[in-house]
Ligand binder design. Structure first.
Ligand SMILES: [Fe+2]
Length: 440
């Protein structure tokens, strides 16, 4: 078979990306190595493993792992691979267990990954050292306001530095709770699609598609609420898209309002007035008038945290690459700690209206991912155009790049980072990849 040298650096330009970043298994393999196995990856929320022994299965790209809370209350991230003959030791998606026991030959590990059970140990001689057979652990685990990230490489910056300007928006999301904390224990919507993982990361912060993909939903909602939702997403919208640096980006989809009183109108009709008022007052008491208004106004952002977390509405969305043309997405709604139940019920009902398999909006996005992957099989048209708004970008004093909501600022932000990591632009030069030649 003929082989060609393909320079990854030529696949991403400032304003367009090559179709092969979605269609080449070898590019996918390198993404797993350089992005998902070398840097911070979002795994879940700490409330998902609230009690000692709670666990859930997670992934670093293709590699299966377990996030669990050990007896001392620490979150451990253990690779799901028996140190004996390689079988996965955890099959349940989530649960509570004191030990993980491999079903093949019974090797058993505790919540710290230590080998504590070895059947018929006499067969292993006197010098057999169990401590050499602990499960592999993630090199780094860190928690930012309940969001758990881990890295298989120790050579990463500290998580708060990594999150950078995205922290401001994560703080707003968490501070919607008068206790400053959310829980992610209301269940998870899951879906998969026959397309590349990057489609979902692009789409979660895409302000251009909404009026087309979600037209039917917006029209129905408009009739129901008497509001013209589509105005928020058309050319005259006052809203912005932003590049926060580090590959993180934002659709700022909440109109700015100056007082908590005005913002509390958002809740009108969803919860009884006195409950809405009490909630707003609790935020003012904790944060002060101005900050409470800021928090409430930002309660509807679409935030992308590179490489695999989207915070949209009330949900944490975890994007899980399976192969170059297969992706799974876990979508976990959050509830606010310290509020009247009616507030959380209203949040969940609003979430369900759009998201999940029976939602009015999200399934339409998934269909687009399938269509993109199918369309990219066409050769001859090699590039995907991401230039929208390039000429009207502004750069703030804080370095944040902004343009209109419908502009492709977030997608450019994502690929700027992708290119840095994949091509080593910011670090040492990476070697070219050898790919099989087309048609060989
Ligand atoms: Fe969408």
């Amino acid at each position: 078979m003929m082989a060609e040298k393909l320079d990854l650096n030529t696949l991403v330009e400032d304003h367009r990306v090559h179709r092969r970043i979605y269609t080449e298994p070898q590019v996918f393999a390198l993404e797993m190595e350089r992005i998902f196995e070398s840097g911070w990856v979002f795994l879940g929320h700490d409330s998902e493993v609230a009690a000692a022994g709670d666990f859930k299965q997670v992934r670093f790209g293709s590699q299966p792992a377990i996030m669990t809370r050990d007896e001392d209350g620490a979150i451990q991230v253990l690779m799901n691979r028996c140190m004996h003959r390689g079988a996965t030791i955890c099959q349940e998606e989530r649960g509570n267990a004191r030990h993980f026991r491999c079903w093949y030959h019974g090797w058993t590990y505790n919540g710290r990954g230590e080998l504590v059970g070895l059947p018929y140990p006499g067969g292993y001689g006197k010098n057999f050292d169990r401590s050499r057979f602990s499960l592999i652990r993630a090199a780094k685990v860190a928690n930012y306001r309940g969001l758990v990230f881990a890295s298989l490489s120790a050579d990463v910056e500290e998580l708060p530095d990594y999150l950078g300007k995205a922290r401001y928006y994560i703080d707003l999301f968490m501070d919607l709770s008068p206790q400053g904390a959310v829980e992610a224990r209301a269940g998870t919507h899951k879906y998969g699609y026959d397309g590349n993982w990057k489609f979902q990361m692009e789409n979660g912060v895409d302000g251009y598609h909404a009026n087309f993909v979600h037209q039917a939903f917006f029209e129905i909602q408009g009739k129901r609420l008497g509001r013209r939702v589509m105005k928020l997403f058309n050319e005259t919208s006052p809203l912005e898209s932003k590049d926060l640096g580090h590959g993180h980006s934002l659709l700022d989809t909440a109109p700015r309002r100056s007082s908590p009183r005005l913002v509390s109108n958002i809740l009108r009709g969803q919860v009884p007035a006195e409950i809405g008022d009490a909630y707003v007052q609790s935020l003012v008491a904790r944060n002060g008038e101005a900050r409470a208004a800021e928090i409430l106004a930002a309660s509807n952002v679409n935030l992308a945290v590179f490489p695999n977390l989207l915070i949209i509405g009330i949900q944490l969305r975890n994007v899980i690459p399976i192969s170059f043309n297969r992706t799974e997405v876990f979508l976990t709604p959050t509830t606010l700690c310290g509020v009247h139940e009616a507030i959380n019920v209203a949040r969940l009902r609003a979430h369900e209206a759009f998201y999940g398999p029976a939602g009015g909006g999200a399934p339409d996005d998934v269909e687009m991912f399938n269509r993109c992957q199918a369309g990219l099989a066409v050769k001859g048209a090699e590039w995907l155009e991401l230039s929208r708004g390039l000429e009207r970008e502004t750069v703030g004093e804080d370095g944040v790049i902004a343009a209109h909501l419908t502009d492709e600022v977030p997608q450019r932000a994502f690929y700027k980072r992708w290119r840095e990591i994949m091509c080593g632009v910011a670090t040492a030069a990476r070697p070219s990849v050898t790919l099989a030649a087309a048609g060989s």
